[in-house]
Write a protein that binds this ligand. Structure first.
Ligand code: ZN
Length: 188
């Protein structure tokens, strides 16, 4: 991740991470209950059992036990790009006033949406199949990249991960890569 950020920021990769990702927590195996507005998202809440998923709430990335052996819908199905994807949600969250950019918008994810002509078909930003996007700015759906087309929050996180991983990867929409490259450079 640092190498990718170094490339995009002219050698400021470590500074970028210290500035933008300070204080991020990782919870592996769901040792603590992720909460949103005080409401637990996992057991004992059977309606929203996310224990087989990874989820990012604010500055905490929850990775489920055995996450490293799962085939994630991340760029090239890689574990590192999956983790960088989750950190993209942190960036989106922190950029919105309520700290919930990847849930209700208002953050950098909305700026990217405006740039690529994407629209959310829901007031929520993470529900599957809620992204309307011009075909030329959609991810090419193979090797895990297509998950970025599923929702606005996923588009931002997948663009964040994919651009850091390889800004020239043909699965990554050129406009999204260009926006993210400029964004990472100006937030270094
Ligand atoms: Zn995601």
């Amino acid at each position: 991740m640092e190498t990718g950020l170094d490339y995009l920021t002219g050698g400021y990769g470590e500074d970028w991470m210290q500035k933008n990702l300070n204080g991020v927590n990782f919870d592996i195996g769901h040792e603590t209950q992720p909460k949103l507005l005080g409401i637990g998202l996992m057991y004992p809440n059977p309606l929203a059992n996310l224990s087989a998923n990874n989820i990012t709430i604010g500055s905490t990335v929850y990775l489920h036990a055995g996450f490293e052996n799962s085939g994630w819908e991340s760029p090239d199905f890689r574990v590192d790009t999956m983790i960088i994807h989750e950190l993209g949600h942190v960036v989106d969250d922190r950029s919105s006033i309520l700290g919930m950019g990847d849930l209700i918008g208002g953050g950098d994810g909305d700026q990217l949406m405006a740039f690529v002509g994407g629209k959310s078909t829901s007031v929520l930003r993470f529900l599957p199949n809620t992204l309307s996007i011009p075909p030329e700015n959609a991810f090419i759906s193979s090797k895990g990249w297509g998950y970025g087309n599923s929702a606005p929050a996923e588009y931002f996180a997948q663009t964040f991960s994919g651009t850091i991983y390889n800004p020239y990867d043909p699965h990554l929409p050129i406009a999204a890569s260009a926006w993210m490259s400029a964004f990472l450079n100006r937030t270094r």
